[in-house]
Ligand binder design. Structure first.
Ligand code: FE
Ligand code: FE
Ligand code: ZN
Length: 279
């Protein structure tokens, strides 16, 4: 079973996102919990949530991925910036409890010259403050391209963060194909080796979601510019190998490619056509 979808606008609520997803033959989706500036999130509408949950159940949709604003920085030099990340994420997680069992992805952060080690400590500290034993959401660290001072551009850095988290069963990883390729993991020529490395360092049990994107730049470029599927340096064949890899099955696959809804519909059809397993 392939759970595939794309990034959608959350402006009209959860039921509207499920409708959009179903329209383009998607059975999962991703959305930003609020705008990138991290302004107030829309209040939860119980009617919208109920409509979404029944639609999702009836249509056999998989778990979805909520994405934190990418402007948050859990390892900023400024205490008020770290505190803002903490408050925003804690608030997002409280609202996620209305939709139990889904995923909340965030960019670990930028250490802005303090060094990766200091960044790792601060990110883990933030997670130790916001994770609750009773929460029903898994929080995901996204693999990063290693652009600028980004933390999480290597599997080892993600592992070091997880090692410092107390409630380890609440954390996982979201693997972004554009990001790891830009970080220097050659998924075009050595997908098996990259997956083995991930398993050895992080553990495939922690892998909860995949962002499927092509990249405008070559492997190791540390750029993070997404391309449409098949129009970048990764290419359709390598991306098809990702969705077909036996060790990567069962995770929601979300496209974050530069597309409108009809462009996403085309890419989803293309990738479903490349999938060897049961549709
Ligand atoms: Fe992201
Ligand atoms: Fe991503
Ligand atoms: Zn990206």
């Amino acid at each position: 079973m392939l759970f595939i979808g794309c990034h959608l606008s959350s402006a009209k609520g959860f039921a509207a996102m499920a409708e959009d997803a179903l329209k383009i033959n998607a059975n999962t989706f991703q959305f930003f919990t609020r705008n990138p500036r991290g302004s107030r999130a829309k209040a939860i509408d119980p009617k919208d949530v109920a409509a979404f949950l029944s639609m999702s159940r009836e249509q056999g949709m998989g778990v979805f991925v909520a994405h934190a604003p990418y402007t948050l920085n859990a390892c900023s030099k400024e205490e008020h910036t770290r505190e803002f990340a903490l408050q925003t994420m804690a608030d997002d997680l409280a609202r996620m409890e209305y939709l139990p069992g889904n995923l909340y992805n965030f960019h670990p952060g930028c250490h802005v010259g303090q060094g990766a080690q200091a960044g790792i400590e601060m990110i883990a500290e933030l997670l130790n403050k916001i994770l609750k034993p009773e929460q029903q959401t898994t929080v995901l660290l996204e693999t990063m391209a290693g652009k600028g001072t980004e933390v999480g551009g290597t599997f080892e850095e993600l592992r070091q963060i997880i090692d410092r988290v107390e409630l380890k069963d609440k954390v996982g990883v979201c693997l972004d194909t554009c990001h790891i390729h830009d970080a220097g993991y050659d998924i075009v020529h050595n997908l098996n080796g990259v997956i083995e490395g991930f398993d050895r360092v992080v553990g495939l049990g922690r892998l909860k979601a995949i962002h499927l994107n092509d990249s405008l730049n070559p492997c190791g470029s540390h750029k993070d510019r997404h391309a449409k599927i098949g129009e970048g340096h990764i290419g359709l064949e390598a991306l098809a190998n990702v969705i077909n890899h036996p060790k990567l099955q069962g995770r929601p696959v979300c496209l974050e490619t530069p597309n409108d809804l009809s462009g996403y519909a085309h890419e989803i059809a293309l990738l479903r056509g490349c999938f060897h397993g049961e549709a």
